[in-house]
Design a protein around this ligand. Structure first.
Ligand SMILES: [Fe+2]
Length: 147
């Protein structure tokens, strides 16, 4: 999928007109790349590569961490078949967007399972998009609607 990518850190911008990278704060470093990330309709030539990389979601509307304020827990796991967590092959980060705007980035190492949770404010609505990065297989995208 075509996308705007920061030449310094590799962040993919889903919103247009971006001048500063929200991850590394470099200015005017975005360039369009033809294969910035893969989407759920991507079919690997062989094996189960896409099943190990497409982010999957679980949404918990009764937020567990801040129940008095209310929150929506967005759990993301990589992927339908859990991705390896080995030093030579692991998920390095999971980036979250709300309606194309960057909202969070979670860095991972091979020491933890390839998953992350963010806690949206109560009443948040819109499209949550996620791009994960595998140090071998690149970036993969998926999205879910919060109603
Ligand atoms: Fe991978």
């Amino acid at each position: 999928m075509k996308g705007l990518v920061c030449k310094v850190c590799g962040y993919v911008a889903l919103d247009e007109n971006r001048s500063e990278c929200p991850i590394c704060h470099a200015k005017n470093t975005f360039e369009e790349q033809e294969d910035a990330y893969k989407t759920p309709d991507f079919k690997a030539v062989s094996g189960e590569t896409e099943k190990k990389h497409i982010p999957t979601f679980a949404i918990v509307n009764e937020g567990s961490l801040t129940p008095s304020n209310g929150c929506i827990d967005i759990h993301v796991r990589i992927g339908e078949i859990i991705h390896p967590a080995l030093p030579e092959h692991h998920i390095t980060e999971i980036t979250f967007y709300l309606d194309n705007k960057f909202i969070a980035n979670v860095y991972l190492t091979a020491e933890i399972n390839p998953a992350a949770v963010i806690h949206l404010k109560s009443g948040t609505k819109g499209k949550i998009q996620v791009i994960e990065n595998c140090n071998v297989h690149g970036k993969w995208f998926n999205k879910v609607e919060i109603k």
